[in-house]
Design a protein around this ligand. Structure first.
Ligand code: MN
Ligand code: MN
Length: 496
């Protein structure tokens, strides 16, 4: 008689034995496990609800793979990609060029769980997580490779692993912190709980819905398939938090507060512009802020509440940033468009502007005036005035421009000196994150530090573009070639 899974499952994953030839502290160093002073038997409580067996895992994943492949084969024959709106397509370039690399970093993180997590059950689940992330990396590679003949920008799915493009560096910096440079416990809180269980929903659920509405069924389907894995392996976060709350709640609070702010800033850069500016107006489901409030903010507040944690001390500032940060990042990336490997859509035609005003009551006052200046220059044939000839100062934590966390009216300086070096920050919050563990961040040079250090030659925008590997065939420019600005010409000129 075949046993039910519940009858054998616990035996199958309880694979620990008492080490006698080697000191457990050497086999599971604190630097890797992060267990520190938490007693070994505290991890007996670690459990997860998925209870998946290897056999089931392989069967289900095989079905998912066949589903994705069937859709992508059917669609590549239908020539769908050529019919997509170019502004929407930019969101998929941005996604592949920044996310494929992160999926691969996640393989390493999950591999660390498999080997060094302080609970045998966790190590078991990490195996599936590692296989998931391998699948995601391969899916992104295959998707991008299939489209390379249409668009050289998809090459960035692989190029991102090696480039010094500033946006990719910002993404890499965050995931170095949350995945590669994190012990198992930090990674479970920052990556599993905060990013995979929370923020990836904006990219993989909301953006998947927008992509579907835009007719990009292939990409939408890929995103949804990936998210089903994320939802499962993200479960490594909750039991870890539960153990930590009993033994070191302050550590949990700090780790989550740092991760939540850093993830906010990152998704303001990647997902905010894609949702509120690149997605064609009639295909938008929700604004970035609405989605954040419903899926991330409520959700995060609930976790904090359920586990007896406090809201981050910076909550009020976070809410102001939620209103502004991605608008700041959008106008900034559009202005510095030669430094991108995708073509941003300005997204401020009159209709789009009405939508922005409705969704963000402060938008006009904070951002409209800046766009008006750009529009005037475009319509007066002074495109050169809408292009940069310098680079912005960057934050030493987020790697994003100073002044991009709040509105254009909030430009207070935030800096500190550490071991004789001056560090700049985009906000009081980023400065606080740095202060929680200065050694973790202090050695890194942001793009501007490298400039000053003489690593980028010639030390001008052209040298910067060379250093970032931005060649003319992929360099960013306005995706509609400024056609949207004609909206603002006086009626007689517009028709002339
Ligand atoms: Mn993944
Ligand atoms: Mn993941």
């Amino acid at each position: 008689m075949l046993l039910n899974r519940d009858d054998w499952y616990d035996t199958s994953r309880d694979l620990d034995w008492e080490l006698s030839y080697v000191d457990p502290k050497l086999a599971f160093p604190d630097e890797w496990s992060g267990a520190g002073n938490i007693p070994a038997d505290a991890w007996q409580k670690w459990d997860e609800p998925f209870r998946v067996s290897f056999r089931d895992y392989v069967r289900i994943q095989r079905e998912k793979e066949m589903g994705v492949k069937a859709v992508s084969n059917a669609l590549s024959r239908a020539g769908l990609y050529e019919k997509l709106d170019p502004a929407h397509v930019a969101a998929s370039h941005l996604h592949m060029g920044t996310t494929c690399m992160v999926e691969h970093m996640a393989v390493t993180m999950q591999a660390r769980f498999c080997r060094f997590a302080p609970s045998t059950r966790w190590r078991n689940l990490g195996v599936f997580g590692m296989l998931d992330e391998t699948r995601h990396t391969q899916l992104d590679m295959r998707f991008s490779h299939d489209l390379l003949k249409q668009e050289p920008r998809f090459d960035w799915a692989q190029k991102a692993f090696h480039t010094n493009e500033w946006g990719v560096l910002a993404v890499k910096n965050f995931f170095d912190d949350a995945m590669l440079n994190a012990d198992c416990i930090e990674a479970a809180l920052a990556s599993s709980l905060t990013v995979e269980h929370g923020f990836t929903n904006i990219q993989f659920v909301a953006l998947a819905a927008d992509a579907m509405a835009a007719g990009d069924i292939n990409w939408s389907n890929l995103l949804s398939s990936i998210q089903t894995d994320e939802a499962r392996h993200a479960q490594q976060g909750f039991p870890t938090l539960e153990v930590l709350m009993e033994h070191d709640p302050q550590r949990a609070q700090t780790a989550l507060d740092v991760a939540f702010w850093r993830a906010t800033r990152l998704f303001q850069t990647l997902t905010g512009p894609a949702m509120d500016y690149y997605t064609p107006l009639d295909q938008r489901k929700m604004s970035f802020k609405e989605f954040m409030l419903e899926w991330i903010v409520n959700h995060h507040e609930r976790i904090l509440n359920d586990y007896g944690l406090k809201k981050p001390w910076y909550w009020d500032q976070f809410l102001v940033s939620l209103e502004n940060g991605h608008h700041a990042m959008h106008i900034g990336t559009w202005y510095w468009r030669p430094t991108l490997f995708w073509k941003p859509n300005a997204g401020v035609s009159k209709d789009e502007r009405d939508w922005l005003r409705e969704k963000y009551p402060t938008w006009e006052n904070n951002w409209g005036a800046l766009w008006d200046e750009i529009i005037k220059n475009v319509n007066d044939d002074r495109i050169e005035n809408t292009l940069p000839d310098t680079l912005p100062s960057l934050c030493n934590l987020t790697q994003l421009p100073l002044g991009s966390a709040f509105s254009r009216h909030e430009l207070a300086e935030h800096s500190l000196e550490y071991k004789g070096r001056l560090y700049q920050f985009d906000s009081e919050i980023s400065k606080w994150c740095f202060e929680q563990d200065p050694e973790r961040y202090a050695g890194h040079q942001n793009f501007i530090d490298r400039f000053i250090d003489g690593q980028i030659v010639p030390a001008d925008l052209a040298g910067g573009l060379l250093y970032m590997g931005l060649t003319p065939d992929v360099m960013g420019d306005d995706v509609y070639e400024y056609a949207w600005a004609k909206d603002y010409l006086p009626a007689e000129t517009a028709t002339a």
